[in-house]
Design a protein around this ligand. Sequence first.
Ligand code: UN1
Length: 513
Amino acid sequence: AKDFGMDEALKQLGLKDVNYGTSTGNKWFKGGDEIASYSPVDGALIGKVTTTSKEEYEQVITTAQEAFLSFRAMPAPQRGEIVRQFGNKLRELKEPLGKLVSYEMGKSLQEGYGEVQEMIDICDFAVGLSRQLNGQTIPSERPGHVMREQWHSIGIVGIISAFNFPVAVWAWNTALAWVCGDVCVWKGSEKAPMCAVACQNIIAMVLKENNLPEGISSIINGDYTVGEMMTKDARIPLISATGSTRMGRIVGATVAERFGKSLLELGGNNAIIITPTADLKVVVPGAVFGAVGTCGQRCTSTRRLIIHESVYDKVRDAIVGAYKQIVIGNPLDENNHVGPLIDKEAVNTYLSAIEKAKAEGGNVLVEGGVLEGEGYESGCYVKPAIIEAENSFEIVQHETFAPILYLMKYSGEVENAIDVQNGVAQGLSSAIMTNEMKEAEKFLSFAGSDCGIANVNIGTSGAEIGGAFGGEKETGGGRESGSDAWKVYMRRQTNTVNYSDELPLAQGIKFDL
Ligand code: UN1
């Protein structure tokens, strides 16, 4: 990795030859066992962090509780100024941080930079938002009365994020939470712990420069047992969790048990409907990037193509042809399109999914397989595969976090394709490729796609931060990032004020004493 300036990048991020652990800002604790982070790119050790012990966790939460009391009293636009400075630091460090994302997680360098860009974009969004945490005034039915709605800070926001977006998902949550006056405790993925440490180093600089206390941004490390300390903790009113449906089912239930709020961002099973009028110039890059980008490890990755029978052969041949152009290799090398999967366990999941699809009757159009030899020593590089399959296959019904694309045919009207698209348990992202206005509108109507994201003539992945991001059904129902997603980070209070000398009751009720 030396050739790609990784050493320099690690130095700039404060990660070179330094081991980290739990942090409340500028303070670090190194009590628990070590987790080592190995790069899927070349198998090399990047660094180590210590896991968070019970005692350290307590320290983090009590520090965060105290920080909240002063942070919520700071005017929101001043909190926006902190987030503005954070965004500027990210601009300065975009290159090293993007490289680290690419090296620790395995996505292409362009996508690593893109992920940091998403962080910068959400900071900009949050800065503007810091002057617009507006409530409303509501007409009262009673004379001399006024009603209004206010948004107050909620407290500690617990963030659980996944390896595939090891920095951006944290920023989507924190940038909003901070302008809302909340403090954050983050458990990043144990598969990408150095990304979390790098982010913490960056925000810690900003907090220090502004003389802000410990506890506004904390990180904790470890596996699900560390996450469980947060999900069971009634001192944390909101848990925002990104990951598998399996994880979300447990997190959601645990948080609900104590009447906490959860924002869940879980699995997808995203499809593109390709209609007779679809433009191949748009379809091919949209579908191919969607399926193989990030090596198929986005929650928005394209898993299924639902193609009209009249254009099926043409579309299939074009996609299969495009797969022949894909170059797989070190993601830091910008000539490569696709990097490795996150680890060997992911490789096994990928291989067994292909076997299952075959066993259920799938027809392999582009063979998968693990790459071996020079440059592929980590054992995590795989070939993107294409399989003709039925939507009803058990394996097609499940999200496999790998570059496997299932092709299926529909006939007749677009409604038939929509039925197939909706015929899975997940509901994150969806797309239709069409030049027929009526088809596009049907797809976007109440009777159309049942997903949180529905696109026309673009793929399923690569959403901008300005919209609310998330999905329905087993995707968990949460929305983060743009639009009014900020409201989940605050508590809503309805106020009714009487400025008359009487006390009329609502609903016209008479209560004469
Ligand atoms: C994820 O995969 O967890 O829409 C998030 C996209 C990105 C975010 C993906 N903006 O593909």
